[in-house]
Ligand binder design. Sequence first.
Ligand code: MG
Length: 406
Amino acid sequence: MTATSLQFCAVAGDASDPLVRRQYPEDAHAYRTAFQRDHGRIVHARAFRRLAGKTQVFTHRDSDHFRSRLTHTIEVAQIARTAASALGLNEDLTETLALVHDIGHPPFGHAGEKALNLALNQALQQTGTLAGTQPGQHFDHNLHALRIVEHFEQRYVAFRGLNLTLAVREGIIKHSRDYRVAEHPELAAYFLDQRPPLEAQLIDLADEIAYLTADVDDGSESEILHLDAVCANVPLFAGFFQKLATKHPHAPEKLLLHESLKRMLDALVGDLIATTRAQVQAAGVQSLADVRACPQRLVAFSPEMETQRRQAKRYLYQNLYESPELLRDHDLGTEMIQGLFAHWMQHPKLLPASYAAQVESEGAPRVIVDYIAGMTDAFCMEQWNAIRGNGMQGNAMQKNGNAKQQ
Ligand code: MG
């Protein structure tokens, strides 16, 4: 252990670590650790590949350079691994959690998630089966990610799912929020009354760093954001940009933008590492058990950086995420998801055979939500167009559904 490393509270990940437990016991690999194997299982999963076709922020692309949910995920993994390495945490676990963190996202980003949740709730309400916070009655991308890795991915003869370690399953659920055991008794095995390990805590803020910087970049590329306005409203960015512009008065604006974002990213990561280290020391944390017992998460930005982060996020909400251009995309995505959901509620037999077979045991609303959630943006649009083109018969879906999804 070095003076700057937090190795003493890292997840060990060796054979004696209870967090490497899998639901179905497997023999140890000759030269790959348990988390390296989970990393491989995620990268080779079909749901992971579909992230390439899912909205991060932009659905309609007039540039090939906007982030998809896959390239965003790779950026989060790079940032999270850097921070884990600097802090002496378990790098393999951290990177694995970053790679899987958005695997449960439906098409059309957060608009898609909202539309699915609303459709599910309304359908259950109509059938009189909506019961508060019962599991399976809401659409939540973290819980959906767990369903993907436990049920929907089928790669093994002996069991469904990817049979991931307990540490990865816990991180999938808890990296960005806490769940109460009273509301989610089905998640009781995941230490809901305790904080997640630092490796999982890192993911939420690595995610924030990745999208705050990337969205200024993509927002400028789309010409929805303008650099003079970004400078006037995002001091964290403006400080770097103005310094660089003074030093290089003839440099192209695009290069000044990239260099400023690089410095902004570095400042956020540096602050996160230093603050987390200081918080662990101040709390007297000596082990993973201490991390778990802490009343709050220890991975954090300093109060000054937190203020700057909030300013940047508020600006992006008001000027990019809720801009008329992106709201139009959200409305379109919402309309397609609502339309497809209503169509299959009326004609559940038109679902692909593997989904139709689950309707009796799971109920049509849940099965339809699971099917739509797995879709890429393009596949969802294709289904919507097929339904409209076929007078709501959806023949194309029957032909392609099983082949293309899950
Ligand atoms: Mg993310």
